[in-house]
Design a protein around this ligand. Structure first.
Ligand code: FES
Length: 96
């Protein structure tokens, strides 16, 4: 990928091409390893925007075929919710 290092690849987490390239050069050999090292792919879009770019960079840096690079392990986004949204949930008091 012939682009400057400061190019943002993962917009949700603001991870640059240089950060991802460094992770691959330090040993990341699959998208999940890049994710653990940089947080790329952990944003709200859950890598829908950045996965292909990250996979392509890994392929270009390592020669690993694109078909061998599995998608990120997906997890639902976790967001805080107000207690009042729980509706009828009853909370026991700890006081005696
Ligand atoms: S652009 Fe990377 S997680 Fe959204």
């Amino acid at each position: 990928m012939n682009q400057p290092d400061d190019l943002i690849v993962c917009r949700c987490e603001e991870i640059s091409l240089g950060e991802i390239r460094d992770a691959v050069r330090e040993g990341a050999r699959d998208p999940d390893a890049v994710k653990r090292m940089t947080r790329a792919g952990m944003g709200l879009c859950q890598s829908k925007t950045c996965f292909n770019l990250i996979a392509r960079l890994i392929h270009e840096e390592t020669g690993i075929p694109l078909r061998d690079l599995k998608p990120f392990t997906t997890r639902p986004p976790v967001r805080p919710v107000p207690v009042k949204s729980w509706g009828a949930v009853r909370v026991k008091s700890c006081e005696k």
